[in-house]
Design a protein around this ligand. Structure first.
Ligand SMILES: [Zn+2]
Length: 314
């Protein structure tokens, strides 16, 4: 008895001492088991992982959906699970559910299509995806929103490309060997192009200072816009769009659709923008950094300053 107790205590001590990184690795492995179960039916793990991650991203940002505290986030709404006309959501008979056009199925053989059971949830989602000609078509039918479909496809592409769920690393956007300075500039007024609120942080640095990817992401936009000048936008696995503006130029060959990892070179600090293509020098060189988050209904800007501070010191 004493030995068991001692072993338990030493295990607990060991466990609490395990780094946050180890705990995340354990959690990600646990998730991967559920995502990987339908590979042989032609649904790769990164499809289910992307849908689950998207649901995890939106739950804390929404009042109208439940926030799941479990390792797996995906919840299939009653209307979809049971079918819109199902008279009784306490009846988990897979036959009834199918009859009423619900997508809920019994995947673990306990006779119930249980909307709270992870095997039933992921199996049903895998089957749903399989019933469409492509992952994209399935997402269009399920989410009925172009931006959500595009965000989930990006998450899937990132997981597939790096072959891991562990894409949490973040990096400060300026190369730290160069001089720079910044302070919180959220919400200040901006003159050019009408009255606008300043949606970002300005990081002042010399022309040519290397600008780096702050996250694993996909290049969603790259090119000129009249406010931002030469600008690039990165979409990550957290429904966040990272916006870099006023560059002097891009890394050679970089293009829309490219996948980058945290720390990769994107371009160089400049002073482009506030006019037609090629306009430059209307203000001191700096990187304008913006962050936008999508909750599955709409997207809005939030203050990047706290994130920048965190990445700078990590
Ligand atoms: Zn700015």
């Amino acid at each position: 008895m004493k030995t068991i107790l001692a072993a338990t205590i030493s295990f607990l001590l060991f466990y609490s001492a395990a780094s946050a990184q180890d705990q995340r690795a354990t959690l990600l492995n646990e998730r991967l088991i559920y995502y990987s179960a339908y590979h042989h039916q032609g649904v790769p793990w990164y499809y289910l992982a992307a849908v689950d991650q998207f649901e995890r991203n939106i739950q804390p940002l929404r009042q109208d959906i439940e926030k799941k505290e479990s390792p797996l986030a995906l919840t299939i709404p009653d209307e979809r699970w049971f079918g819109p006309l199902h008279p009784d959501t306490s009846n988990l008979s897979p036959y009834f559910i199918k009859f009423f056009g619900g997508i809920g199925q019994d995947m673990n053989g306990d006779g119930k299509a249980d909307p709270t059971d992870p095997e039933d949830i992921f199996g049903s989602m895998a089957d749903y995806i399989n019933s469409y000609s492509s992952f994209k078509e399935a997402l269009k039918a399920y989410y009925e929103r172009k931006e959500s479909v595009s965000q989930i496809l990006t998450i899937a592409e990132l997981y597939q490309n790096f072959n891991t769920l562990d894409l949490y690393k973040h990096v400060f956007p300026l190369h730290k060997d160069y001089l720079y300075s910044y302070r919180s500039t959220w919400g200040g007024k901006r003159g050019w192009g009408g009255r606008r609120m300043h949606e970002g942080t300005d990081l002042f640095a010399g022309y040519g200072t290397p600008v780096l990817a702050t996250t694993f992401g996909k290049i969603e936009a790259l090119g000129w816009n009249d406010y931002g000048g030469w600008r690039v936008g990165l979409r990550d696995i957290h429904n966040v769009y990272h916006y870099y503006a006023h560059l002097s130029g891009f890394k050679k060959g970089l293009k829309q659709g490219d996948i980058v990892k945290a720390g990769d070179l994107l371009g160089y600090v400049g002073s482009s923008g506030y006019g037609k293509e090629g306009t430059s020098g209307k203000f001191p060189p700096h990187l304008h950094y913006g962050m936008y988050i999508d909750n599955g209904k709409n997207q809005w800007a939030y203050d990047p300053y706290p994130s920048l501070k965190r990445w700078e010191s990590s």
